[in-house]
Design a protein. Sequence first.
Length: 308
Amino acid sequence: MVSIGRLEPVPLRNVWPNEASDFTPWLAENLDVLGQAVGLALVLKQREYPVGRYSLDLLLEDAEGRVVAVENQLDQTDHTHLGQLLTYCAGIQAQYVIWVAHSITDEHAAALAWLNENTIEGVGFFGVQVEALRIGDSSPAPNFNVIVRPNDQIKAARQARIRSDWTWAGYAEELRIPPERIEVGRLLVEAIAEAVEERGLAWQKVMNKGYIAFQRPGSYNVLVIDLWNKRVPRLAAKIPGLPSELGLINPFPQLEESWDSDNREWGWTVPPGTAIPDLNPLLDLIQPLQPASGPMQASAALISSSEV
């Protein structure tokens, strides 16, 4: 008869003593193992990717160019890492988030499941438990168990019920935005749409509650016209860092300038009665900073801006 051994668990710290210096580098070189578990073909973009004051363990892409964030723990999941996951997801506009841990608590599994059901279509969360196993005196082998995975079909059906029919009339009647503000918004949208069409860009207009966004593929906002949240018309461009750090010169010195660090928005107030500026200089500045797919990257942006 064939001799059959028994799988035995090995403490993770015996295999990878340190999460940052041992496990994360190993995972970066063995993404096929994780990818097989979650059903994605994963490619490494960067280790320890900076997101504001924090650092994402692994920034990845899948075979379709979707942005994937991976955060690791060699211990039980905790609230700190859950908060980091959400910060990273927002910071890089991830389409998939993978939380790898030795054990995922019921509470955190429920939180990931809730996020999968209630976040926008195109964003999904995985909860993956990692263990090390071996037979007898053999070398330990990793084993990934997916505890939580996205259900894109459920989310797509739910999102179809979410309102997406905002109009200029809705802004006036339901949000009570004054007509002079709406007129500024109309003129800005028309000017941007014309400039985008002339350049042959695949940027689409999306009307949301109180603001209009122009998005590139992947649902990444590029330009935003806010008529409601700030209580004053505001034009803003998404860029990966401070304009001064990127070597960008203000294209609208006649307008009040602002910088929203949380949303990485370079903005200008456009009061009613103000002439709508020529938007081509702004598009000249931001177009090189917007990749064909995936999140903006400050390093690439610096290179692009230096070549313009």
